[in-house]
Design a binder for this molecule. Structure first.
Ligand code: ADP
Ligand code: MG
Length: 265
């Protein structure tokens, strides 16, 4: 990694590592996501898709791309460092103290704005979850990890084998139907619920029971101190038929909660 000095490893996954680095020229800090490139040509093309898709995204609520390069079978994606870390860690830090309504609405609105931009670019994120949503040091939301993203209507959109955490997966995916923009909306509903309660909406002791709960759309109601609008919003986002779920565009522009949300953007 010429041009950058390594500071520390901040994430490790099946893909490789996420490393905090400093640019030797500007002294700015960045994150480099190193992805092991498979020898197989077609598989390595799909690894490169993450870099290509991220490089196209320019939005205040999406992690900013700086550059990508390849060295020794590694694909390195250099991007903005989100000093606040990921939202899952932020949620875990709360222990039992709820977030303020103001934080919940601001963060949720920002992630919807980022995801709406992604959808407007005809891309689906497909792995929206609190671990893939980052915070800057001033508490601004940035969507990250485009490792599962795909271009809408490409054959890939239909052939998604899910490997990550199952809590955020929409019912249609368990029913082997194609992933669509409303499946991302479902996942954002799960994150909204997590912000409201510090718990997952759909939880069970086995995969089978989890999938049953998801496919029935049955989850514990929000605590009473939260405004009714949030309960209503979740009910819409957790419609089991994706056609009945609002798009992000509808949520942010003409839904009955959109005024409440946009006041927080
Ligand atoms: P994976 O494909 O393994 O999920 P991610 O892109 O989600 O890879 O990165 C793994 C972890 O590294 C994240 O969950 C987060 O904790 C950390 N991380 C990744 N990118 C950033 C970033 N730009 N700023 C801060 N932390 C990051
Ligand atoms: Mg991730």
């Amino acid at each position: 990694m010429e041009g950058y000095s390594e500071l520390k490893v901040i994430g490790e996954g099946s893909f490789g590592r996420a490393v905090l680095v400093r640019c030797k020229n500007t002294l700015q800090e960045y994150v480099v996501k190193e992805i092991q490139l498979p020898k197989n040509q077609s598989k390595s093309l799909s690894s490169r898709r993450e870099a290509v898709l991220l490089s196209r995204m320019k939005h205040p609520h999406i992690v900013a791309f700086r550059e990508a390069f390849e060295a020794d079978h590694l694909l390195c994606i250099v991007m903005e460092y989100c000093r606040g870390g990921d939202l899952l860690r932020r949620i875990q830090q709360q222990k039992t103290t709820c977030f303020t309504l103001d934080d919940i609405l601001r963060w949720f609105t920002q992630m919807c704005a980022g995801a709406m931009y992604i959808h407007d670019m005809r891309v689906l994120h497909r792995d929206l979850k609190s671990k893939n949503i980052f915070l800057t040091d001033n508490g601004t939301i940035k969507l990250g990890d485009f490792g599962s993203a795909c271009v809408l209507n490409s054959p890939k959109a239909y052939a998604h084998t899910y490997v990550g955490t199952p809590y955020y997966v929409a019912p249609e995916i368990w029913e082997n139907k194609p992933y669509n923009n409303k499946s991302d909306v479902w996942s954002l509903g799960c994150v909204l619920y997590e912000l409201c309660t510090l718990r997952h909406p759909f939880q069970a002791s086995s995969w089978k029971n989890l999938i049953l709960k998801v496919c029935r759309g049955s989850y514990p109601p929000l605590p009473k101190h939260l405004p009714y609008e949030l309960q209503h919003l979740l009910k819409q986002m957790f419609k089991t038929n994706p056609k009945d779920r609002p798009s992000l565009h509808t949520l942010l522009t003409c839904h009955r909660v959109s005024r409440l949300l946009r006041a927080h953007l």
